[in-house]
Design a protein around this ligand. Structure first.
Ligand code: UT7
Length: 322
């Protein structure tokens, strides 16, 4: 078995919906401004007791059920998250316990919004080498917990959620190729300047909150997302015409539109969930994939390009036959 193949997808969004009109009451913004500048109308926010692992579990169970795979048959669990329940153990370890897939390898991946693309690429490498036969790959976030709800430049952008896929060894692709990158020089354009070893300065208002230089990140995102798409297509001797669906990271509708324009890809072939999910970081790509699989747009055999860009900076892409 030379390849890995996605058997099924799952997704979960917390019950509470925060609309743009609700944000008008919290910060100096307007529903129109948010909609016009980002394409976001609403986002889901985890309940106070609801954790990243809770969201991950719901999405994972849905994916396992859709794949008709028992948790005990999973031999690798990777969770991409920036907002784990604890410093340790990993969300993946917690999830393993909840699902009852005892004994298999389980770890978290931290690549912020690119986390799921990183995690899926890692799972693919494990499967290609024969180390793993069946993997559960999850992107899950409670990003609302690292948002300063008084900062209008960031709080309007993010939401909570989880997406999951079950990946299995296969004779045919499956995942055709993946490309991962990072450039740590730009870390201060998008980061949370607090942590375990630098410390949490509780006297500062922004101590453990997302800080972002929005317009710089925007430009980087558009250029990088179009470049990574070209890079992976060229490496696979394919062109944009071969792509049935682009599933990009969902940060801002204007980023999606500008990327599609640069790639000369019709918007009808871009999966866009930004209006109802907002930016769910590592969960955004698997959630968007799940939506498009469930509503029947993405069909078996379709060629799909997943791509993401996020803090670090990190970016990457996975090209696959669904
Ligand atoms: O996951 C990957 C990381 N994230 C992203 O990719 C996000 C990238 N950036 C963006 O999506 C956009 O840059 C934003 C949506 C954050 C901002 O949009 P923009 O068109 O780049 O606006 P801007 O930052 O240039 O700000 C324009 C104006 C500013 O006012 P002045 O200085 O021109 O008077 C801001 O203060 O809009 C103001 N502004 C707001 N006004 C109303 C910023 N946030 C808000 C707000 N409501 N929520």
């Amino acid at each position: 078995m030379k390849y890995s193949k996605i058997l099924a997808t799952g997704g979960y969004l917390p019950e509470k919906v925060l609309r743009n009109a609700d944000l008008e009451k919290m910060v100096a913004t307007s529903a129109e401004w948010i909609w016009e500048r980002t394409g976001i109308e609403e986002r889901h926010i985890a309940a106070p007791q609801e954790t990243t692992c809770d969201l991950a579990e719901q999405a994972a169970r849905q994916a396992l059920q859709a794949a008709a795979v028992e948790p005990a048959a999973i031999d690798l669990i990777i969770v991409a998250t920036t907002t784990p329940d604890y410093i340790f153990p990993s969300v993946a370890s917690q999830l393993q316990e909840r699902l009852g897939s005892y004994g298999c390898a389980a770890f978290d991946v931290q690549a912020v919004c690119t986390g799921f693309v990183y995690a899926l690429s890692i799972a693919d490498q494990f499967i290609r080498t024969g180390a793993t036969r069946r993997a559960l790959v999850v992107g899950a976030e409670t990003f609302s917990r690292i948002i300063n709800w008084q900062d209008r430049s960031t709080c309007i952008l993010f939401g909570d959620g989880a997406g999951a896929v079950v990946v299995e060894a296969a004779d045919e692709p499956g995942i055709l190729s993946s490309r991962l990158h990072a450039d740590g020089r730009h870390r201060e354009l998008l980061w949370v300047p607090a942590g375990v070893s630098t410390g949490y300065d509780t006297t500062r208002q922004n101590a453990a909150y997302v800080a972002m230089s929005g317009s710089e990140v925007f430009k980087f995102a558009v250029n990088t997302l179009s470049r990574i798409a070209r890079e992976i297509l060229e490496a696979s001797r394919m062109t944009i015409a071969d792509i049935d669906w682009l599933v990009p990271h969902q940060a801002n509708e204007r980023i999606l539109v500008a990327t599609a324009r640069k790639l000369h890809l019709p918007l009808e072939r871009v999966i866009n969930t930004v209006s109802t999910h907002a930016n769910t970081s590592a969960a955004s790509v698997p959630l968007a994939l799940d939506v498009a699989v469930r509503d029947g747009r993405i069909q078996r055999g379709d060629t799909v390009l997943l791509e993401a860009f996020g803090g670090g900076f990190t970016w990457g892409a996975v090209l696959l036959n669904y």
